[in-house]
Design a binder for this molecule. Sequence first.
Ligand SMILES: NC(=O)c1ccc[n+]([C@@H]2O[C@H](COP(=O)([O-])OP(=O)(O)OC[C@H]3O[C@@H](n4cnc5c(N)ncnc54)[C@H](OP(=O)(O)O)[C@@H]3O)[C@@H](O)[C@H]2O)c1
Length: 342
Amino acid sequence: MKYKANTKRYEKLIYRRCGNSGLLLPPITLGLWHNFGGKNSMPSESKKMLFRAFDKGVTHFDLANNYGPPYGSAEANFGRVMNSDLKKYRDELIISTKAGYDMWPGPYGEWGSKKYLTASLDQSLKRMKLEYVDIFYSHRFDPLTPLEETADALAQSIKNGKALYIGISSYSSKQTIKMNKLLKQRGINCLIHQPSYSMINRWIEKDLLNTLKKLGIGCIAFSPLAQGMLSGKYLRSIPKVSRISDNSSLDKKMITKSYLFKIKELTKIAKKRGQSLPQMALSWVLRHQTMTSALIGARTVKQLDECLDSQKNLVFTKKELKNIDIYAKEEKINLWAKSSND
Ligand SMILES: NC(=O)c1ccc[n+]([C@@H]2O[C@H](COP(=O)([O-])OP(=O)(O)OC[C@H]3O[C@@H](n4cnc5c(N)ncnc54)[C@H](OP(=O)(O)O)[C@@H]3O)[C@@H](O)[C@H]2O)c1
């Protein structure tokens, strides 16, 4: 049976303005990095997640050229759903994609050249069966390509109607300022920055958040649950169905004694607030005024629902924040630090 969206979908979430732009985004965005790949179709649970998210007011889906596995399959699978069930809702959706990491072999299949970014966006549009994406990102800072060239490629995507807005991901504060200036010189505003950020990965608090505020750029925090580490799932053992067991982007070496201690203590604080730890982790990310959206991944509709329910309690007392700060300390989990350190 064909999907029909919930008529009450806009009654649930409070949308947030993205920097100084005209664009409002949902406080929770669903990303398709994991769980949406596969050769000919996405898992049925993942398709259900797309519908459930939209039914609850999540208007933003985040993709990238190489999400899968295999590379490109998350976009292709999303394109199939887009072309059938979601087509009539296209104007209600914000769809983003990115290019920057390895996508195809040879010297033009990654990083920040005009050659790569232009070809990659064309491929993404074909896979997703879209005429344009809402946001096109430079997925990582490229230390060897002149930033002017990357800015040219991004600006060109707007000028030729293939993207509406531009974003950057995992750029340092310094490179963000530089890219913002280069885009402005080309008549384009940088809409949004997508950094990693969570209770155990707080690098953006040093200077990036302030920079974004000053420049009027929005912020969407990816991996706000630290890829699932900000939940109780790893307290006893490694569950058979979990990102660590998938042998992908999370390593069991990350489950350290210091990490487990933090999780136990943070769970107690969350409980006192009437939330689960994942819910508190999301409310906490969204406590910054500059934060436009928390960009989650989910494996099941149940997880997605739990995450969306974080919106029922977004207020923190000073005492709660102070207590959280005792345990919300860095673990070595920032896989994207290289890009933001350059
Ligand atoms: N720009 C970039 O370089 C970059 C990099 C990474 C990600 N991203 C974007 O950010 C999105 C989110 O990243 P992420 O998947 O790492 O985010 P995340 O929300 O931190 O982690 C998602 C994982 O957390 C677990 N989870 C979710 N809800 C849960 C719940 N209620 N209870 C317990 N566990 C729960 C699940 O793990 P299990 O699978 O173990 O159940 C799920 O797969 C990606 O899809 C992508 O769009 C961007």
